[in-house]
Design a protein around this ligand. Structure first.
Ligand code: GSH
Length: 218
């Protein structure tokens, strides 16, 4: 039986899991969770995921939250080779570092701005939050000065986390310019060439960008 993925396309974290499953050729049963309607706060969903976030995986009764944890699990269980989450100790440690960087810094710093606009009635972007997000972009630029992808010279699951997140934050409120972030801009173009990029990232990204644009125009 295909695992269930509780998902919302506007969520960068959910999109990164979608990219991962396409990369390993795994079919999932997608269950839409509409955060705008509060579906993540229903008693039924909270029983599955007290953290009330998407994405959430249910693999035959094994329930796992957090996109990073979900991707490492899926590649380890269903991946046909080890490139997306290398078995080599040091390579894997670098991928793990980037996943933690995304989880604690890159994702959160953008999420705080997005949440303030979408759900907390902010009409403009707090300059301090923007500066801290730009610092996260600068660190990412330095990762990409050292290697072709964010966690080494091969595509890994960390690239899925970073690309869904960076395209969301930069498209919505923190534009990236080629002169300031040349490596990130070139890497995004490379990621856009992946055969599953459009389906897995662009569609949901456009929904997210539309929602932010709508709020900023009011
Ligand atoms: N670290 C988590 C973050 C997930 C997350 O924050 N998802 C947001 C959507 S982008 C969400 O579900 N928010 C609803 C809530 O926190 O109540 C992951 O990678 O899965």
């Amino acid at each position: 039986m295909a695992p269930n993925l509780y998902y919302m396309s506007a969520s960068p974290a959910a999109r990164s899991v979608d990219m991962c499953t396409k990369a390993i050729g795994l079919d999932l049963n997608i269950i839409e969770v509409d955060l705008r309607k509060g579906a993540h706060l229903s008693a039924e969903y909270l029983k599955l995921n007290p953290q009330h976030t998407v994405p959430l995986l249910d693999d035959d009764g094994f329930v796992l939250a957090d996109s990073h944890a979900i991707m490492t699990y899926l590649v380890s269980k269903y991946g046909k080779d080890e490139t997306l989450y290398p078995k080599d100790l040091k390579q894997r440690a670098i991928v793990d570092h980037r996943l933690h960087f995304d989880s604690n810094i890159l994702y959160v710093r953008g999420l705080l701005i997005g949440r303030s606009l979408l759900f907390e009635g902010a009409k403009s972007i707090d300059p301090k939050l923007l500066a801290s997000l730009e610092e996260a972009f600068s660190i990412t630029e330095q990762f990409l000065e050292r290697s072709k992808y964010v966690a080494g010279d091969q595509l890994t699951i960390a690239d899925f986390s970073f690309v869904t997140c960076i395209t969301s934050w930069s498209g919505a409120f923190a534009p990236l310019t080629e002169d300031k972030f040349p490596k990130i801009c070139a890497w995004i173009k490379k990621m856009q060439q992946l055969p599953y990029y459009r389906e897995c990232n662009q569609v949901g990204l456009d929904i997210y960008l539309g929602a932010i644009k709508d709020k900023l125009s009011k």
